[in-house]
Unconditional design. Structure first.
Length: 515
């Protein structure tokens, strides 16, 4: 218990916190978010802050909509279709010269929507080997067999003469699940041998809920309609929940693992941007921006129950940790053709392999007050470096205004894969991120494609915008890491990856007022 203040989370859970969705106003989403050089949309407060410097009048807006996941059924309290409050903010504009302004803005945006239902099932492959007597033996896999492999390699040890193994505190690579699963291992004192149960197949159902709320404060300026500068302070509120049920069918009985996890906390970052209009006679403009890491202070808690039909065993834990996301860089270009057509494009890059998972090491007091000190979890960070990679995001969009009171919009995004295709959740790492892990499964998601469209209507000072977004991502799900035993091939623990999808539909509405 004395080690509890020094905790860190693991790569796959942290990756969910570090990423963001395409969300904001309906105009921004309808154009695929490609407004980082065009500006004059409040959502750019959180991407290129200089875009707020484009405003010449005050504005306020609020956005809400409906999100729906395709090709899955409701599970537990998770619903495939849910309402969402997505954005609310304002910009106040003050003229400082004939063609220069100083603007102040505030905006709330749901930057990440965690709502997702995962369903996966598969049979374990039947493997064969020839034993020392020349006979063919057949074997499969199980989550319990992964604990057996740790016991065989000395990561679990027998503490008493009753044959029941327990995880050793001297090995940080034994998870809470091992603590439970070790009670399903059989130990023979006569030959110092562990025995385990193999499974024929598995089924996983999981719901994710919650969101990350982003609260942005912006100061921006416009100098003679040529140079636009902006700075944004971002504050974040994290509320992530998941509940999963994993079932393995073993010889003669079933094991059900119910896992309930909650991650909550806060974060802060800074964003700076610039937009230039290099040619006086042209409306062409270029933009660039940079985001510092988001410095998250987080608390994770879980409760895990394993049931075999006759009895249940449980474990749980709660601890604090820190997560620093990577730096983010973006460049953009935009051009307008009178009031008829606007075109925009953005390229953005963030290297998620550099993400920093950190232990909390205790409170420090200095002349500025008290704060929680931390240090990098080097073992988990090396795993993150091997598992995650740099992500490039390309956004393009267009807005056509056939009449002054109506606009039509189209957009497209491509987001490159965040996960290395050979990455896996390593339950043998000597780090507290593995020590207190309550799930062995992981998904290596591939690239994301988003297609968007929308319309806008203006009546006096009021405007109504509507957008539709379709987002599709494929991934490879595995219930646990593969394990090969070269000394005894019967102890190989192999599972095949299963293809899963995350296909989402969003309909978004924005009400705006210009003052």
């Amino acid at each position: 218990m004395g080690t509890l203040p020094m905790m860190a989370q693991e790569t796959y859970e942290n990756a969910k916190i570090a990423t963001q969705d395409l969300n904001g106003t309906a105009r921004y989403v309808g154009m695929g978010g490609a407004l980082e050089a065009l500006g004059a949309d409040i959502t750019t407060i959180g991407t290129n802050p200089a875009g707020i410097g484009m405003f010449r009048k005050g504005t306020a807006s609020v956005s809400f909509g409906v999100n729906s996941q395709q090709d899955v059924a409701d599970f537990a309290t998770g619903k495939t279709t849910k309402m969402s409050f997505d954005q609310a903010g304002f910009v106040a504009s003050m003229r400082t010269d004939y063609d220069s302004w100083v603007n102040f803005g505030f905006n709330y945006r749901k930057s990440t929507n965690f709502n997702y239902i995962l369903g996966a099932a598969d049979k374990f492959p039947v493997l064969q080997h020839i034993d020392e007597n020349g006979n063919i033996q057949y074997h499969t896999a199980s989550q319990n067999k992964l604990t057996y492999a740790k016991a065989k390699n000395g990561l679990l040890y027998k503490t008493s003469g009753n044959g029941e193994p327990y995880w050793s505190e001297s090995y940080a690579s034994c998870s809470q699940l091992d603590d439970i699963y070790s009670q399903y291992l059989n130990y023979d004192d006569r030959d110092n041998t562990w025995y385990y149960d193999e499974a024929t197949d598995y089924m996983m159902n999981r719901q994710q809920k919650g969101s990350i709320g982003e609260y942005d404060l912006n100061l921006s300026g416009n100098y003679k309609n040529k140079v636009y500068l902006g700075l944004t302070l971002g504050l974040y509120d994290v509320n992530y929940k998941h509940f999963g049920e994993y079932t393995e069918h073993l010889n003669g009985f079933n094991l059900l693992v119910s896992d309930d996890r909650h991650i909550k906390g806060t974060g802060v970052d800074l964003k700076a941007g610039i937009i230039l209009r290099p040619i006086d006679e042209s409306s062409f403009r270029i933009g660039a921006y940079v985001h510092t890491p988001t410095w998250y202070d987080l608390t994770t808690s879980n409760h895990t129950v394993v049931t075999d039909g006759s009895m249940s065993r449980s474990a749980g834990e709660s601890y604090d940790f820190k997560l620093y996301t990577p730096w983010k860089f973006g460049i953009s270009a935009g051009h307008t053709f009178g009031s008829l057509l606007a075109l925009g494009a953005t390229f953005e890059f963030a290297d998620y392999s550099s993400m920093d998972t950190r232990y909390n090491t205790g409170r420090v007091y200095d002349g500025w007050g008290a704060y929680e000190d931390s240090e990098s979890d080097d073992v988990m960070n090396r795993h993150t470096e091997e598992t995650l990679q740099g992500v490039a995001t390309v956004k393009v969009g267009a807005e056509l205004r056939p009449v002054p009171t109506m606009s039509v919009r189209l957009g497209y995004n491509y987001v490159s894969p965040m996960y290395n295709k050979d990455g896996f959740k390593d339950g043998t790492l000597s780090t507290d991120g593995s020590y207190y892990s309550s799930a062995t499964d992981y998904t290596n998601w591939k690239s994301t494609n988003r297609i968007t469209c929308g319309m806008g209507f203006k009546a006096g000072r009021m405007n109504l915008d509507v957008a539709y977004q379709y987002s599709a991502t494929k991934g490879e799900f595995s219930p646990f890491m593969n394990y090969w035993d070269n000394d005894n091939r019967a102890d190989d623990n192999i599972c095949n990856a299963v293809s899963v999808d995350n296909k989402r539909h969003q309909v978004l509405f924005t009400l705006g007022y210009t003052f």
